[in-house]
Write a protein of this length. Sequence first.
Length: 249
Amino acid sequence: MDIKNKIVIVTGASSGIGLATAKFLTQKGAKVALVAQSQSELDELAKDIPGSFPISADLRQEDEARKMIKKVLEHYGKIDILINNAGRNYSSTIEQIETKNIREIFELNVLTPVELIQEVTPVMRKQGDGIIINISSGTVFMQPFPGMSTYVASKRALATFSLVAREELKKDNIIVSVIYPYITATNFYKDTLNVGPNNREIPKSDGKIPPADSAEVVAETILRAIETGEAEVFPHDWMKQWQKGGGRV
Ligand SMILES: NC(=O)c1ccc[n+]([C@@H]2O[C@H](COP(=O)([O-])OP(=O)(O)OC[C@H]3O[C@@H](n4cnc5c(N)ncnc54)[C@H](OP(=O)(O)O)[C@@H]3O)[C@@H](O)[C@H]2O)c1
């Protein structure tokens, strides 16, 4: 799909990958609904993103998530692309996990994207086409990370919903893709839910792993997914090997 003049929803648009994507797609001619929790923060960011529509929602709340789609439709009159990007990390050994935190992470990382897919599907079907992009994580192909079970499980679940939705919706000309970002330098690590000291920092390149990507690299990957309609998209070709062998970083 050509991005020019398309109406795009980006969740988690106040920071990191979402903000970089909102800016990049706007530069390419799209109009972007910016979704995150703080209206004042989004209003401020929107000043530098022409044509954007800042709209706050706590996407963990199902009614707020679904209402957000309706408000975007009222504002722009159509929705061409949904980018399910909002997500959060949680670090804990399984022994110490608090199940309320599993719920919180799965609500945002898995249930919200499913609810938003449900909400945009009839809109896109009526329009005759649409694109849904889900932001998973390269961690789903890596060997198990101690302390990361909840996050990786949520991102595996999201990838599965994405691949199945792709099959179910292709008859309606709705293309669903999943992106697997590499380590990306954003607030994601700092904002990890309930962490010990070891996971607050962006993992450093120590010679064994490549340096973190910038959020802009992922924004470019998202545009590639929009343009090509591929099912599974990686920022780097070398990451595709991980699908075969289990990458270790
Ligand atoms: N950074 C990485 O290394 C990396 C790697 C692979 C995949 N990813 C994935 O990439 C996506 C974006 O992450 P990022 O790295 O850009 O992190 P980030 O900078 O922390 O951005 C997260 C965004 O989600 C929003 N958000 C959080 N809770 C929300 C809620 N309840 N309702 C609405 N919005 C909410 C945040 O805004 P508010 O808190 O203001 O609402 C923020 O805009 C996530 O799904 C993450 O899992 C990241």
